[in-house]
Design a protein around this ligand. Sequence first.
Ligand SMILES: CC(C)C[C@H](CS(C)(=N)=N)C(=O)N[C@H]1Cc2cn(c3ccccc23)CCCCCCNC1=O
Ligand SMILES: [Ca+2]
Ligand SMILES: [Zn+2]
Ligand SMILES: [Zn+2]
Length: 169
Amino acid sequence: YSLFTNKPKWTSNVITYRIISYTSDLPRIKVDEIVAKALSLWSKEIPLSFRRIRFGTADIEIGFARGAHGDFNPFDGPGNILAHAFPPGPGLGGDVHFDKDEYWTDGSSLGNNFLYAATHELGHSLGLSHSNNPNAVMYPTYEIADFQSFKLARDDVESIQELYGKRSD
Ligand SMILES: CC(C)C[C@H](CS(C)(=N)=N)C(=O)N[C@H]1Cc2cn(c3ccccc23)CCCCCCNC1=O
Ligand SMILES: [Ca+2]
Ligand SMILES: [Zn+2]
Ligand SMILES: [Zn+2]
């Protein structure tokens, strides 16, 4: 695995997140659930917890956008780049953007598995960069073997714990 050069990480142990916009591919409640699930996959390994806020500025702001959307990484239409996220920091730091031009699914059908992508992106939001282990969620390309029971690879757990330490309880 690999971390960002200056190893940016969140310093507080409660991180707020807010879902700003949604996709028409999935019900809102499903997007909320999947984001919470992706966060829990990471937080169960480290002494960090997440709190959802519905208004105001959150540390991690999550949304869907297509094409140019206000940061220097315009999306590219269907396929290719599926999403991007910023390493921990103020403002855009930690934010996650999903390409609205993708077809997002909850694992019940083909298309891009939203839980997998959310877990990958939130890994970036926490300070992880890419792994060269094809089984790792932090592998650069979207290659999910099994929709139903995908989980963090040991490589992912090692990298996040290297950054934040192990969860003690
Ligand atoms: C891991 C994701 C959830 C997030 C990453 C983006 S990021 C910033 N968060 N690391 C992603 O979108 N990776 C591309 C990488 C990629 C694969 N190809 C590409 C063709 C063109 C451009 C990019 C790609 C080959 C064709 C397949 C295109 C569909 C799948 N796309 C990918 O796997
Ligand atoms: Ca795209
Ligand atoms: Zn963006
Ligand atoms: Zn990535």
